[in-house]
Design a protein. Sequence first.
Length: 324
Amino acid sequence: MAFGEFDLIDNYFTHRWPQRDDVVLGVGDDGAVLALPQGAELVVATDTMVSGVHFDEQTPARAIAHKVAAVNLSDLAAMGAEPAWLSLALTLPEADQDWLNGFSHGLKEICDYYGCQLIGGDTTKGPLTVTVTAHGFVPAGTALRRDGAKPGDWLFVSGCIGDAGLALAVQQQRTTISDAHYRRVLERLYFPSPRVALGQNLREIASSAIDISDGLVADLKHILKASNVGARVDVDELPLSLAMTESVAADAAIDYALSSGDDYELCFTVPESRRGVFDTVLAHHPAKPICIGRITNEANTLTLLRNDEPWFSQREREGYDHFS
Ligand SMILES: Nc1ncnc2c1ncn2[C@@H]1O[C@H](COP(=O)(O)OP(=O)(O)O)[C@@H](O)[C@H]1O
Ligand SMILES: Cc1ncc(C[n+]2csc(CCOP(=O)(O)OP(=O)(O)O)c2C)c(N)n1
Ligand SMILES: [Mg+2]
């Protein structure tokens, strides 16, 4: 029996999502109709994943779904927003029902976890490409931004970085590590955890925030440029997993942490005046952000230090850039 575009939407993307009261009209009409809470501002983020660029052919459909939702929820987290709705643009080479089962299950799992509803999208035939737009709320005026860092602010990352890059290096046969460590880092490449709760807790505490998708150096530089400040980072303080430290030499581990990307931890700044509140909030929080340095007044200047001496990365590339 022929299985067409509208069967596909009905079977996989219409009924199985959490139903939110603020969705007046969801999947099925020309547009979704949504009710914003009073006093809230809407935060919207879009990210695309392309086969061969963001994931390879071995990547399970469930992981692709998880990751495309997670990277968008990570952008909402970096804005301090509470996630509410997702839309999905799906371009598929064929309507493979096994793939669609895996994909829609992966999407449902993450939507259930974060209480998000799929509210619409688009389905087309072509090279495998998945795009999600995430919508969330913040109380008006409280969104975290890239442009608020000030000299003297403390610089934090929310958790271990570099693991996803190490997994990719193993997958691409650039290095080898033990099976047990590979399983752990592959989980971080395939199923990143967006720091959604932490992001909301940082509203009215952090002076700036960004999520780390392209690599710490590349993404921190966006904060420095937007805020017209510099930063000093002590590379010995970078949080590294056991899988990382037991698998590669110390300098290589630092390079993964600085520039490999795909981590989806938050990088943020906290003014001295908010440090006490921050420590109190963190005492009750499962995430344990690590202080890696401080913001300076040297505009657009990132200084990497090891034992108080300048430290230069062995890698030429600073972070992921699609066109260089
Ligand atoms: N094609 C585009 N049209 C309009 N805005 C874009 C486009 N591509 C990226 N942007 C915007 O440029 C900014 C930086 O994008 P990006 O580096 O992808 O951010 P992120 O790492 O948070 O996904 C964002 O505000 C994004 O919305
Ligand atoms: C097959 C494969 N090649 C390379 C990578 C590494 N990679 C691809 S895109 C990317 C950076 C994040 O993607 P981007 O589209 O720049 O996300 P954004 O910054 O917009 O959130 C990284 C580290 C990967 N995950 N899989
Ligand atoms: Mg983007």
